[in-house]
Every structure is written in structure tokens, then in C-alpha cells.
Design a binder for this molecule. Structure first.
Ligand code: ADP
Ligand code: MG
Length: 728
């Protein structure tokens, strides 16, 4: 009997909710208390420093050294007042996580003691010896210089007594080695391009912001059960496990009452979020058992992304206080829903107008249609790239699987918006009658007063219009949203620029501006109609239809990354100033390498579990059966003995078959790995892992799951799905 499994089940079942320290104050009192926000800046900085810093943040200006010294001094005093003793530059390397190296606020005082020290130089720029971060060959290890530099648009915060300064991370020669640098560049590009187009409608617009509201899905597993599953510990997902008799078919978990242990965890997490200025707002059960979601109020994209990364590490920490482990993997359990991180994305002007929201007047609606059509065109043109931005070794299990978007990017618009675009497309005249010149209200028959019903939801679409924003649902739960946000914002920026060029040109040729806009919008809608699909994205017919429409239907993750290096992508990123070709090449190397490593680890863990856990357990049970058969044959004779022993004999044979197949497939898998490891090109290696190693893992799993159904429950060594998913 497997002690570990039963001990862990017992331990997990006995747990009570952990008591949460609820602050005595109301939320507005402690909200953001661990953030060096404007209120703290005002309190701790000299008045002229405060004014100059706010000006630099708002108008994207560089900081002078003198200013940095003054800011650093105030920031240090605030941090020390809050009990911080260390500081770190906090950055986002290409590993889908965050990195930090802590230094204490001390320096020699020249008298054998120390002083608390933190200069502008330390605040603004550092040179972490970061040679072991993935860089795709940009920095060879002996020239291990990378710089981290403060991103003043994201406020510093304190976590566990350490002042964290959000920074970008770039190489000695200026290439970005992180997610934040290109994200800031993409946001800058979309600001410029969208402002240009928004000014067609309101010349007063100065800036356009990109907004992101992510919805973080996750699973919780009791930590004792987690510890008894080496696959969860090492890879974040179950590499084996037969479906439990009950899973999500009753659909009784979604929006159901939150279990009390989980509720305590959520409350604790929300309090931590609020102290750190993360506007956590919504929490609920998700569709699968033990699956949940947390969503904040949306924020400017760079800040929202910092907050998501911070949240993911907070979740891990807070969960442990509650004897849970958080699974952020996109597909921790086969056969039930996986976890995504819907990226609700929109653009809005500094005048407070959301550009994907229909307005009250025809002119506002022309602006709305203009922006929607440009997003359509960008997503259509770069649909292969969009997919490349969200795919990973972990998210590949989710796309196309249970209740997840297919591995094809299409756009859902809903019946009303579809009808409007259809009519617009059909119309052949560019004649526009202007009514009442001073109000510029347009009498455009094609653009009626719009009321878009945002309840028109299609859960099968990877990219859906939802009333005043787009919801990019294909993003994975463990991903850094920046990857998706870089691709999307850059592609839309590039598209808006070419739109503005075309309109300017038509106007220069004497066309009325509104007519020029309408003409261009119509062209975009016509040209990108292939991306629009409101039907069932899960159906087989859609896959065929999408291929016919010329959309990217590639299903192999390593090949999807090729989209980053296609000429139209390279040119788009060059025009928007987001990535150079060298950066794109280096980053793809990292992606392929990460892909290989993840599958390699999974494959090793599976081999180990199969040979050292599963086969011994199955053998033990098989020998019990053999023993039984032997005794039957001693007691009974002839046909009677055969009849009584038949069932057991069958099981013995079946188990022998499964075990033999498992052993030989594990050998094949080791062999496939060995061959793949000899390949030197990262892309080819990743393809080998995808094509040759991965399918064998599926085969092995199939036979293990069959054995799980046969072997005595008392002997099975690993917690089963019904335990992992239903004990809490
Ligand atoms: P649902 O699960 O129905 O999609 P949620 O309320 O869980 O809705 O999540 C919606 C998310 O979208 C929230 O994070 C919300 O702040 C965000 N959101 C709402 N409006 C916008 C917008 N204009 N731009 C970006 N995000 C938005
Ligand atoms: Mg949603």
C-alpha cells in the first residue's frame, strides 16, 4: 500500500480554513500602502523633485542624474519607514517570470560601520551579472553585461521587506533581453499611431493609452497531495491520471459557492493585492473542479502587466500559507478545462474616449468603426504572428482542447457589429451628406446609432469583440501577457499608420476627409473579412474553412514561432521600432530552447514515474493475482479451476501487455531524446521534441491510465484525479 498517497489524502481532507489577518482599516486606507505612488512621492520628495518626476512620467521624459539622486533619497526614506532593508531591480527575463537580485541598503561609513545608502545611480541603472538568463546568443557569457534601467512609468513597491524597482533589461549593445522593453516600445508605437488617427475625429487628442484587463485562471491543489505527485512538482501538470468518474459534466462548479478554505485564500490574496495597488475585483469558481479566477479592474497595459506578474508570485506565496499550491499551468489535468488568461484589451484617448466603444453620434461611430476595422485588418494580416505570441510548450495543450480556443486565430464580432460591417462593405458609394456643418454631425446611412449588445458572447472564439474592448482569450494562464500585448499593439500601430497615410493621401488628392476615411474603412473590411468568424470555433468544419480562407492553421508550436521571422513580421516590427531582426532571431532561439527543455523535463519525469512508480505497483498487484490463481488451481481441478481463475488470468495478461508496452515505449522515448539532443540547431531540436518525443509520452500515458483502472486502489502510488480535484 502506498503510504504517501493515503497519508496525503488524510492530511488534505482534515484541513480547516486558515484564519486571515483582516486589516482593521477600510480598504481605501491600506490600498497601495506598499507602493511608492504619487501620494508617497508627494510626501517624501522635495516639491520641485516631485513636480519634475511627475512631468517626466506623464510626458515620457528622461530623468537627470540630479533628479534621480533626489528621488532615490526620498524613495529610500519611504522604504525604510515601511521596514524595508533591501532593494532590487525587478525585471522580466524571457523565462515567463520575474527576476530579482537583492542588495542591502548599506555602505561603509569609513569608521568601521555602515550607513544606509541608496543613490540615484543605483536607482536608475544597474549591471546585474545576468549571463545565465536566456538571451538567444545576443550576449555570450564572458561578455556578461546586461543593464537594468528603471521604468519610471511603473511605480516601485515593497514586498517582503524589499524595495522592488521595475526595470527594463537590455544587453550591453542595446538589444532587449526582456519583455518590458519591447512592450514599452509597442505601447509607444500604438500611442503615436492611434493618436494620429484619433485626431481625424478630435484634433485635441494628445495621447492614446492601451488598456489591459487580464482574467487570471488557476487551479488549487492541497499541498500534501501536490507533494505526492512528482509530475506536478516538477512540471506543473499531471503527466498521467485517469479521468475521475465525476468531473465537470454536471457544470456545478462554475459560479458555485466558493469552498471555505479557498475563500480564505482568496481573501488573503486580495488584501495583499490591494496593499500592492493591484485592483483585484472579481473572484469566482471556474468551470473545472478546483479551478478559479481572479480579475482586476483594467489598467494601462504596462502597469497591468507588472501587476499580473506580481500577482502570479503573490499567489504562490499566499497559497502556501493556506496549504495550497497554485497551478498556473494551462492544462494541469487532461479531460477537463485548461486555464487561460483572457486579455481584455482596448485603446482610449486622453480625453476619456474608449475607441472600441460605439458613441452617440454618427461621427463618433465612424471613429468606432475605423478603429474596429483597423484591428480587424491587423489581426488578419498578422494572424500567424498573433498565434506565435501566445503559444508555448504549456499552452499547446490547451488550444484546441476542452473548452479552449482552437489553434487558429479568428475574430468574433457579434451579430450587430457583423451586420453593420456587412452593410458597409456592400455599399458602393462614398457620397456623404454633411448635415449642419458646425456640428459636423454626419448623416451616414451606413452608420446608424449603435447599441452593441455585449452579452452576445461566443466562448469558442480566441479573439472576441465584447462591447467596448477585445478579449484575447488564447493567452495562456502562465504566460507573461506582454508577449501577446507586444504583438497586438505593434501590429495595430503599424496598421493605423498605413491607414492614416492612405487617408492623408486621399485628402491631399482633394477628397473629403470623412469620405476618405469611409472609403479606407470599407477597403479594410473587405480585405480582412477572412478573419471574421462568429461560428463554432471548436468544430471540425471550421478548421477546413479556416484553411480555405488562408488563415494560419499550423498546429505545431515550434513551427508557429516561424511567424516571428517572416518578412512581413520583421518589417512590421522594424517600422514600429519594436524589434530589430537580430532581436527577433535571438528571441526565437530562446523560444525553441525553452520548448525543448520543457518537453525534455516532462519526458524524463514521465519515464521515471512509469518505471519506478507505476510498473512496480502494477507488478505487485499482478503478483497478488498470480498468487490467487495459483491457490485456485490448488483447490479446484480442471474446467472448474479454469472458470474460476479466468477473470484473474485475463487481468494478468492485460496488465502484462500494458507493462510491456510502457517499458518498450519508454525505451523508444529515451532513444528519441538522445537523437534529438544531438541536434545543434534549436529549431530542429524543438521540432524533433514535438514530432518524435511528445507523441510517445501520450502513448505511455494511455497505458498507465489503463493500469490505474485495473490495479487495486490500495496499491496505486499516486493521488488520483478524484482526490486532486475534489479534496479542498
Ligand atoms: P468576463 O469573465 O465576463 O469576461 P470579467 O468581469 O471577469 O468578465 O472580466 C472582465 C475584465 O475586462 C476585467 O478585468 C475588466 O476590468 C476588463 N475590462 C472591462 N472593460 C475594459 C476595457 N475597456 N479595456 C480593457 N479591459 C476592460
Ligand atoms: Mg472574460
Amino acid at each position: 500500500m502506498s503510504d504517501l498517497r493515503f497519508k496525503s489524502v488524510e492530511e488534505a481532507s482534515a484541513r480547516k480554513p486558515v484564519k486571515v489577518n483582516i486589516p482593521a482599516d477600510r480598504v481605501e486606507k491600506y490600498y497601495g500602502e506598499m507602493v511608492f505612488n504619487r501620494q508617497k512621492m508627494f510626501e517624501y520628495l522635495p516639491k520641485d523633485t516631485y513636480t519634475a518626476l511627475v512631468d517626466a512620467i506623464d510626458n515620457k521624459k528622461p530623468l537627470s542624474r540630479k533628479l534621480a539622486d533626489s528621488v532615490a533619497d526620498g524613495m529610500k526614506r519611504w522604504a525604510i519607514d515601511c521596514g524595508a532593508r533591501h532593494y532590487t531591480h525587478w525585471f522580466h527575463p524571457l523565462t515567463d517570470g520575474t527576476a530579482e537580485k537583492h542588495d542591502a541598503f548599506i555602505d561603509h561609513d569609513g569608521k568601521g560601520g555602515v550607513v544606509e545608502e541608496f543613490s540615484g545611480k543605483l536607482l536608475v541603472q544597474q549591471e546585474p551579472d545576468a549571463s545565465s538568463f536566456p538571451n538567444g546568443g545576443i550576449r555570450n557569457t564572458f561578455e556578461a553585461r546586461g543593464y537594468s534601467a528603471w521604468d519610471i512609468s511603473s511605480p516601485a513597491f515593497i514586498i517582503d521587506g524589499t524595495l522592488c524597482i521595475p526595470t527594463i533589461f537590455i544587453s550591453y549593445t542595446g538589444e532587449s533581453l526582456d519583455y518590458k522593453t519591447p512592450l514599452l516600445k509597442a505601447l509607444n508605437a500604438v500611442d503615436k499611431a492611434a493618436t494620429r488617427v484619433a485626431r481625424f475625429f478630435d484634433p485635441e487628442v494628445q495621447h492614446v493609452n492601451s488598456y489591459l484587463g487580464w482574467e487570471q485562471e488557476y487551479f488549487l491543489v492541497d499541498e500534501a497531495l501536490y507533494a505526492a505527485r512528482p509530475d506536478l512538482v516538477m512540471t506543473g501538470r499531471t503527466l498521467m491520471g485517469h479521468e475521475s468518474a465525476k468531473n465537470q459534466q454536471l457544470e456545478d462548479h462554475y459560479f458555485g459557492a466558493i469552498p471555505s478554505r479557498v475563500e480564505a485564500f482568496m481573501l488573503d490574496l486580495e488584501i495583499e493585492c490591494h496593499k500592492l495597488g493591484i485592483p483585484a475585483k472579481t473572484r469566482h469558481n471556474e468551470v473545472a473542479p478546483n479551478q478559479f479566477e481572479l480579475a482586476p479592474i483594467y489598467e494601462e497595459t504596462n502597469l497591468a502587466n507588472d501587476h499580473n506578474l506580481l500577482l502570479m508570485s503573490l499567489m504562490n506565496e499566499v497559497a502556501r500559507r493556506h496549504n495550497f499550491r497554485v497551478l498556473l499551468h494551462e492544462k494541469p489535468f487532461a479531460g477537463i478545462n485548461g486555464s487561460g488568461k483572457h486579455n481584455n484589451w482596448s485603446l482610449g484617448t486622453d480625453k476619456g474616449v474608449l475607441l472600441f466603444a460605439p458613441g452617440k453620434t454618427p461621427a463618433q461611430n465612424l471613429q468606432f468603426i475605423t478603429f474596429v476595422a483597423n484591428v480587424m485588418a491587423a489581426v488578419h494580416k498578422h494572424n500567424g504572428l498573433m498565434k506565435a505570441t501566445i503559444i508555448s510548450a504549456t499552452n499547446q495543450h490547451r488550444l484546441g482542447a476542452n473548452e479552449a480556443p482552437p489553434a487558429i486565430i479568428s475574430m468574433f464580432l457579434g451579430s450587430q457589429l457583423s451586420r453593420i460591417l456587412d452593410e458597409l462593405e456592400k455599399e458602393t458609394t462614398d457620397e456623404i451628406v454633411l448635415e449642419g456643418k458646425e456640428k459636423m454631425s454626419l448623416e451616414i446611412s451606413q452608420i446608424p446609432t449603435l447599441s452593441i449588445d455585449n452579452t452576445d458572447r461566443n466562448r469558442t472564439s480566441p479573439f472576441a469583440f465584447t462591447g467596448n474592448r477585445f478579449e484575447y482569450r488564447a493567452v495562456g494562464s502562465s504566460a507573461n501577457c506582454a508577449a501577446a500585448m507586444i504583438g497586438l499593439n505593434a501590429a495595430v500601430a503599424d496598421q493605423l499608420n498605413s491607414f492614416a497615410d492612405a487617408v492623408d493621401k486621399a485628402v491631399a488628392e482633394g477628397k473629403e476627409r470623412e469620405a476618405a476615411i469611409l472609403g479606407e474603412v470599407r477597403r479594410l473590411v473587405r480585405e480582412s473579412r477572412a478573419i471574421h468568424f462568429d461560428g463554432n470555433g471548436y468544430s471540425e468544419e471550421w478548421k477546413k474553412e479556416a484553411a480555405r480562407r488562408g488563415l494560419d492553421v499550423e498546429t505545431s508550436a515550434p513551427l508557429m514561432y516561424d511567424a516571428y521571422q517572416r518578412p512581413e513580421t520583421v518589417e512590421m516590427f522594424a517600422r514600429t521600432g519594436v524589434f530589430t531582426q537580430k532581436e527577433l532571431e535571438a528571441r526565437n532561439e530562446v523560444k525553441w530552447e525553452m520548448y525543448t527543455k520543457k518537453i525534455q523535463i516532462e519526458s524524463r519525469v514521465l519515464g521515471d514515474l512509469a518505471i519506478n512508480h507505476v510498473i512496480p505497483a502494477a507488478t505487485r498487484y499482478q503478483s497478488l493475482l498470480l498468487d490467487n490463481v495459483y491457490k485456485i488451481k490448488q483447490l479446484f481441478k480442471g474446467d472448474k479451476a479454469d472458470k474460476i481463475a479466468r477473470q484473474d488470468m485475463n487481468s494478468i495478461e492485460q496488465m502484462a501487455d500494458h507493462m510491456a508496452t510502457i517499458k518498450s515505449t519508454v525505451e523508444q522515448m529515451v532513444d528519441a531524446r538522445r537523437k534529438a539532443n544531438r541536434l545543434t540547431d534549436e529549431r530542429t531540436k524543438a521540432i524533433a521534441y514535438h514530432d518524435e518525443v511528445f507523441p510517445l509520452m501520450e502513448d505511455i500515458r494511455y497505458h498507465i491510465d489503463k493500469l490505474e483502472l485495473m490495479v487495486d486502489n490500495e496499491i496505486w502510488p499516486l493521488p488520483k484525479y478524484r482526490e486532486l480535484l475534489f479534496i479542498r
